[in-house]
Design a protein around this ligand. Structure first.
Ligand code: CO
Length: 137
C-alpha cells in the first residue's frame, strides 16, 4: 500500500505569547512568517513559518475556552500536534476510523489557509494529536 501521508504539513507548538515566539524564531534562526490567521472556530491565532516544504505553526489561544487554552493550562507550552499532508482528507480519516481509531472530527472541515482538515484523537495515535491536512489544489 502506498502511504497516504505525503509530507509533514506542519508541526504545531502552543505558546502563551505569539509575538515573542515569532520574534525568537526570527532572531535565532532567521525564519519568517509566511502566513498569519485567526481561526475563530478553533479559538486560536496562528503564525506559519516555512521550513522547506513544511511549516512550524505557532499557536496561541484567542479565548479562554479554546482547546489550546486548556492545553496550555494543563501541559504548558510545547508540541501540540503534528499535521500530515494528505491527498484526500476524507480517505485518510476513513482509514483511521476503519482501523477502529478514535477521531475528533467525524468528517473533514475547513482549516486555515483554505485547507481541509480533520483531527485524530491522541488515543488512536500513540499519544500524539494528529491533524490530516488536504491542501487546496
Ligand atoms: Co494545525
Amino acid at each position: 500500500m502506498e502511504s497516504l501521508l505525503i509530507e509533514i504539513d506542519h508541526v504545531a507548538i502552543a505558546v502563551h505569547d505569539l509575538d515573542a515566539a515569532i520574534a525568537w524564531y526570527q532572531e535565532v534562526f532567521g525564519a519568517s512568517v509566511e502566513h498569519r490567521e485567526d481561526v475563530a472556530s478553533d479559538g486560536v491565532s496562528e503564525a506559519m513559518l516555512r521550513v522547506a516544504d513544511s511549516y512550524i505553526q505557532l499557536l496561541t489561544p484567542t479565548r479562554a475556552d479554546s482547546p489550546v487554552a486548556k492545553y496550555l493550562e494543563k501541559r504548558g507550552e510545547g508540541l501540540h500536534h503534528v499535521a500530515y499532508r494528505v491527498a484526500d482528507c476524507a480517505q485518510a480519516l476513513d482509514a483511521v476510523k476503519a482501523s477502529g481509531g478514535q477521531v475528533i472530527d467525524q468528517v473533514p472541515r475547513p482549516g486555515s489557509r483554505g485547507t481541509t482538515v480533520a483531527f485524530v484523537h491522541p488515543k488512536a495515535s500513540f499519544g500524539t494529536l494528529i491533524e490530516l491536512v488536504q491542501v487546496a489544489s
